[in-house]
Design a protein around this ligand. Structure first.
Ligand code: SF4
Length: 111
């Protein structure tokens, strides 16, 4: 089965940014697995591996630029749920370019 979803062959954002979120997400509806997180301060957590100089989320499976997946996809934290490919601020493409991947073109606005 093939897919046009560029996120399935990228993963750069999961190995480029610090993924931090409100502490309550390890106890709320999404239930991010606490064992894969680390505290940043009294109210915020980070996915393990992302709060360091050379980040890579502990939940990322596969190699950036290859076949990738998130091992906690249905329980991923809010920054991951809200992060968008084709974002106007270019965060997605900053991560892609850092890994030598071609930038995605901005998605056309529906008429
Ligand atoms: S939790 Fe999943 S989607 Fe979020 S950074 Fe980690 S691997 Fe990527």
């Amino acid at each position: 089965m093939s897919s046009d979803n560029p996120c399935l062959t990228c993963g750069a954002c999961c190995a480029y940014f610090r993924v931090s979120f409100y502490w309550g997400e390890i106890h709320g509806d999404f239930l991010v697995p606490e064992s894969l997180t680390e505290p940043i301060n009294l109210s915020r957590m980070a996915m393990q591996g992302t709060n360091q100089a050379d980040p890579r989320c502990i939940a990322l499976e596969g190699e950036v630029g290859g076949c990738v997946s998130c091992s906690i996809y249905t329980n991923r934290p809010s920054p991951c749920r809200e992060f968008e490919a084709f974002d106007e601020e270019g965060a997605c493409n900053r991560a892609r370019v850092a890994y030598g991947l071609p930038p995605l073109e901005v998605a056309p606005i529906a008429a």
